[in-house]
Design a protein around this ligand. Sequence first.
Ligand SMILES: [Mg+2]
Length: 145
Amino acid sequence: MTVVPLDPTSPASHAVGIDFDQTLVAHDEGWQDGRIYGRPVPGAIESLRALKQVRSVFIMTARPRRFHPAVAGWLREHSGLETLVDEDPERAYWQGDCLLVTNKKLGAAVYIDDRAVRFTGDWNSTLAQARQAIGLPSAPVPHRC
Ligand SMILES: [Mg+2]
């Protein structure tokens, strides 16, 4: 695992990015047209608070911007932490004291995401994991003429 300790010269080292859907909020009844109805994934809120004590935290979501205020509301309701919806199209980093809700992949020391494959420099392993994640055999079938 790559270790990224806090470094005053590296803005990315100050932040942790956490995915929202199915990482923080459960989808026990499917997508429901994007309505945010779910309960927190067990351990999510405690972990969010623990990370917030040591780093800035932003919440990543691929949801359209119209959902971002509701994401922020869910986070406030369940964590008690202050939130901010990202309105800055040029933002590349986050070093604030509240939870930032954004649909950008900002610089971070680590990302927590239910859909991620960790890249460790080995594309053979990464490709196999990616193929498995999308329901394909882990080894590509050789092309025959
Ligand atoms: Mg997700």
